[in-house]
Write a protein that binds this ligand. Structure first.
Ligand code: AMP
Ligand code: GLY
Length: 431
């Protein structure tokens, strides 16, 4: 079997690793990939959001399956272009991906399907008086979200009416999020632990993966700016199978049913971002893809073949239930470049990867190899070191010990992924 994985981050490296595991016979192409994927697959320098070029590549190389990594590729219609060329795709069409690319669409669908979510309202600049009224009703404890894709930066948490007024002004007056922020969702601000659950869907049924907890803020103790994610653990501490089954039955399956009933079936990974509140589970957001770095910790725990599951989803053959998983824990620590999440510095040489234990995984993200073979940084999140072990503590300690052997100038990471801070000897420091 020959597959094409679309994207070039840590998630795509983890997907390639998962599809390759136990399957010497699979040929994997990654577009555009990174230095890590080039070791287990063939990289082809095609932009992940160029739907026509990706479909052309899939046709030319006669691939049996296209796997879409990033939301931007799904929103750009990569699945549509490949499907219209008769190729099986794991990843949603652009209209099904609206569950992520439009928060208003997602909130309406949740209300219609009876999926529990925070109280909300949406509007444009002309609705400002009504929106201010809703903010008053929530006594300023609200979250202001740009409707469209904003690289995780379109969300402002507010504790007062003044803060909310400032956030609304940023969207409507300064146009900070461009088109993505012309429509804004205001939500009640909830409190509780967060949880990510991933469902693999064939458009009708859902197979659910182990839950994960992501760490989005840049610095230790949840300080500093929001990032794409600085590390994750799986399963999520304190979250049992009963919670996962409940999410599958009351969140993922109703969402898949609602999208199918609208004539836009969702094939791919449906990601529920959840909060465990005192009143029960609430959906904060849906994404139309695997989380990054959550995929890097969830997929190594899945005992089933990635290739077979993703192909089954793309061809309508998913059996419901939980994906069989090792009864172990995984911890993944992201090493990011200096300047991330702002403007990261690139071009620094990366050393120490050869000293990493053979059973510890290093998923690359922003890496490239020079002509002379030197590995260099080429993006904000550079790599993610993932260890699995029978306990969460053992997984965390092993991941940090191994991360400590890796170095590049300006490397930053959090010391408290999955629990209390762990001291490292590294010259690296958290931001
Ligand atoms: P979103 O992109 O909608 O998931 O929002 C990004 C982050 O903002 C989430 O991971 C939460 O930490 C936070 N957040 C979003 N919505 C809410 C909410 N209604 N209440 C509290 N926190 C929220
Ligand atoms: N790590 C969060 C995300 O992938 O959206």
């Amino acid at each position: 079997m020959r597959i094409l994985i679309v994207g070039g981050g840590g998630r795509e490296h983890a997907l390639a690793w998962w599809c390759r595991r136990g399957r010497g016979d699979v040929e994997i192409i990654v577009a555009p990939g990174n230095a890590g994927t080039s070791e287990i697959a063939e990289n082809v320098a095609v932009d992940a959001t160029d739907a026509v070029a990706i479909a052309r590549l899939a046709v030319e190389r006669q691939v049996d399956l296209v796997v879409i990594g990033p939301d931007a590729a799904a929103a750009a219609g990569v699945a549509d272009a490949c499907i219209s060329n008769g190729i099986a795709v794991f990843g949603p069409t652009a209209v099904a991906a609206r569950i992520e690319s439009s928060k208003t669409f997602a909130k309406r669908l949740m209300d219609d399907a009876g999926i529990a979510t925070a109280r909300w309202m949406a509007g444009g600049g002309a609705d400002l008086p009504r929106m201010r009224g809703f903010v008053e009703e929530l006594r300023g404890r609200c979250v202001v979200k740009a409707d469209g894709l904003a690289l995780g930066k379109g969300v402002t948490m507010c504790s007062s009416t003044d803060e909310a007024a400032g956030a609304l002004a940023e969207c409507f007056e300064t146009g900070r999020f461009g088109d993505a922020g012309r429509v804004v969702v205001i939500e009640e601000r909830l409190t509780g632990d967060e949880l990510s659950v991933f469902g693999i869907s064939d458009g009708t049924r859902v197979r659910v993966l182990p839950p994960a907890r992501d760490h989005k803020r840049a610095g230790d103790g949840d300080t500093g700016p929001n990032t794409g994610g600085m590390g994750a653990v799986s399963p999520a501490p304190g979250v049992g199978d009963d919670v996962v089954d409940n999410v599958a039955a009351s969140v993922l399956q109703p969402c898949v049913d609602a999208l199918r009933e609208r004539g836009t079936p969702f094939v791919g990974c449906l990601y529920a971002g959840l909060m465990l509140t005192a009143d029960g589970i609430r959906v904060l957001e849906f994404n139309a893809r695997f989380g990054d770095p959550e995929a890097q910790v969830v997929l190594p725990l899945a005992e089933e073949s990635g290739l077979e599951l993703l192909h089954a989803a793309a061809t309508g053959g998913i059996a419901p239930g939980r994906v069989r998983a090792a009864g172990a824990w995984a911890a993944g620590i992201v090493a990011a470049a200096s300047g991330y999440p702002g403007s990261p510095r690139t071009g620094d040489a990366i050393s120490g990867l050869r000293d990493v234990d053979s059973d510890v995984l290093v998923f690359h993200a922003g890496t490239r190899r020079d002509g002379d073979g030197t590995l260099r940084t080429s993006g904000g999140r550079v790599l993610c070191v993932v260890a699995t072990a029978p306990t969460l503590d053992a997984a965390r300690v092993t991941a940090y010990e191994n991360l400590d052997r890796v170095h590049f100038d300006g490397m930053q990471f959090r010391h408290d992924i999955g629990g209390a801070p762990i001291a490292t000897t590294s010259h690296a420091r958290s931001s």
